[in-house]
Write a protein that binds this ligand. Structure first.
Ligand SMILES: *Cc1c(COP(=O)(O)O)cnc(C)c1O
Length: 499
């Protein structure tokens, strides 16, 4: 195309105002905010212009208007919205991790709808603490002296390291220097906190003596990190918490002796010079934060928070939305004097929970006061512990709904044995047997259908593709309504396929 004919073609593009007057966009302006439609018209004209620069033809005005309408409708859709998880990954980080218990959702609605006692104590009729709502429950459930909840576990780790290891050394095993999904890396958080990371041991083996030899007067804490989504097998060795406790106790006895006998003079190790004034602490980043030991996982069960405390941790932190099954939060439990120091750190103010999360966390924790109730009413726990036999009726209902709604002869449907996953870095080695609905497409294709279910639905449906079939794991469905929604979506996809 010559320069002048390119100019001529570009001149055929409609102006924004002109496009807005097409019937299609005028109608849209009646239901959508004008700003959204105007922006979409600009974007559609710009797309058309780019096509001309790429050597294409000028699109007719009506076509540009249609594409503007589709952009506007897309913009008007909420970006964060519900999806149906039929992938069978219970704590799916991309899909929002844990589904909240009903009572927690109700509590969120209550405090969001009206004012609340967030920082008001009705007994004293004076200012209260937002930390009070969950602390007592966490103490009861874990047996800890004190507790604090912040924005997420990454924030909890940062807070603990900043308060107790900034300007000091923190010892961690090379076998535990892990990266957890979403770019959480222990060395990065360490650096951010101002702690000096001292690595000990090797990737596969770390011994008690590795820790003991690395300790000096400036060591602030021994950090143990749950390896989450990563497991080593074979010739491996890690030092159990009980052993770390013994090492720390021995060091602390020495420190207190030195403090007593040589208050100001330099001791045998020169303790008076830039020494760590505190006790050497044992801190575990426990990650998934199991409050209950679930029998269904057998040997794979993660240690509970209570067990880690009894094994000698001074502090433990974990997520609120992994195995606990509550909202996004980072929970720290442990010694009262230490938790009080964390509460007073300015970072705790920056990382604090809002009222909606606090409400959801409080109500989720309340369910754990009765473990049997927690197993029934915390969706994450109920989903993880459902057996294939318990899931069978739901799989049958889904298969039946799909067969009855979809056109005759368009799909083959069967119920198959499959594997669900805990996700969220929890129980990585644990295959959870499940029952899934396998849909084979005699019309269209599984890949095509998957795209339609995700891209074109108001409520996207996430399944899995396996050998050209669509697998729908019923473990992670939250109610029976989702069964009908899936069947309806499949029916609409198949009706739209031109044979
Ligand atoms: C998940 C996890 C984190 C990060 O927790 P968030 O709540 O996602 O911030 C940190 N450490 C471990 C061991 C984890 O498993």
């Amino acid at each position: 195309m010559t320069a002048s004919s390119l100019q001529d073609t570009l001149r055929t593009l409609p102006q924004v105002e002109e496009l807005l007057q097409t019937e299609c966009l005028a109608q849209l302006e009646a239901v959508l905010p004008r700003a959204v439609v105007v922006e979409a018209a600009r974007a559609a004209i710009s797309d058309a212009r780019n096509r001309i620069f790429d050597g294409g033809n000028a699109s007719p005005k009506d076509e540009i208007a249609l594409s503007a309408a589709s952009i506007a409708l897309q913009t008007a859709k909420p970006s964060l919205r519900r999806v149906i998880n039929a992938a069978g990954v219970v704590i799916h980080t991309n899909l929002g991790r844990s589904v909240l218990p009903h009572s927690a959702v109700k509590a969120v609605e209550d405090v969001a709808h009206g004012y609340s006692t967030l920082e008001y104590d009705t007994q004293s009729m004076a200012r209260g603490s937002r930390h009070a709502h969950c602390e007592q429950l966490l103490r009861l459930i874990t047996g800890a002296e004190a507790a604090l909840a912040v924005n997420n576990n990454a924030a909890a780790v940062l807070l603990v390291l900043t308060e107790f290891a900034k300007g000091h050394e923190a010892i961690v095993s090379r076998g535990e220097l892990v990266e957890i999904g979403g770019s959480f890396r222990i060395p990065d958080i360490m650096e951010l906190s101002g702690a000096r990371m001292v690595e000990v041991g090797t990737t596969n083996k770390t011994h008690v003596s590795d820790y003991a030899n690395a300790i000096n007067q400036n060591t602030g804490l021994l950090l143990k990190v749950h390896p989450s989504n990563y497991r080593m097998a074979g010739f491996t060795e890690a030092v159990p918490l009980k052993e770390l406790r013994k090492i720390a106790d021995a060091e602390n006895r020495m420190r207190s002796q030195e403090r007593e006998t040589q208050l100001n003079a330099a001791g045998p190790r020169g303790l008076a010079n830039g020494a760590c004034p505190d006790d050497l602490l044992v801190y575990e980043d426990q990650g998934s934060g199991a409050l209950l030991r679930l029998d269904c996982f057998g040997d794979y069960a993660e240690p509970t928070v209570g067990e880690s405390l009894r094994n000698g941790c001074d502090l433990i932190s974990f997520s609120g939305d992994k195995l606990l099954g509550g909202p996004q939060a980072g929970i720290i439990v442990g010694r009262k004097d230490l938790v009080e120091r964390l509460k007073a750190n300015p970072l705790a103010r920056a990382l604090r929970l809002d009222k909606m999360t606090t409400a959801a966390l409080e109500e989720t924790l309340r369910l754990y006061l009765d473990p049997e109730r927690a197993k029934r009413e915390v969706p994450t726990i109920a989903m993880l512990s459902a057996t294939p036999e318990e899931l069978e009726p739901r799989a049958e209902a889904l298969a039946k709904a799909i067969l009855s709604k979809t056109p005759n002869g368009s799909v083959n449907v069967e119920i198959v044995d499959e594997i669900s996953r805990a996700g969220g870095g929890a129980l990585p080695m644990c295959d959870i047997p499940t029952r899934a609905v396998r849909v084979e497409f005699l019309r269209g294709s599984a890949q095509d259908c998957e795209r339609a279910l995700i891209q074109h639905r108001k409520t996207p449906i996430i399944g899995r593709i396996k050998k050209d079939a669509l697998l729908l794991d019923v473990r992670t469905l939250v109610d029976d309504e989702e069964i009908d929604m899936i069947a309806q979506a499949l029916a609409e996809y198949l009706e739209g396929v031109v044979r």
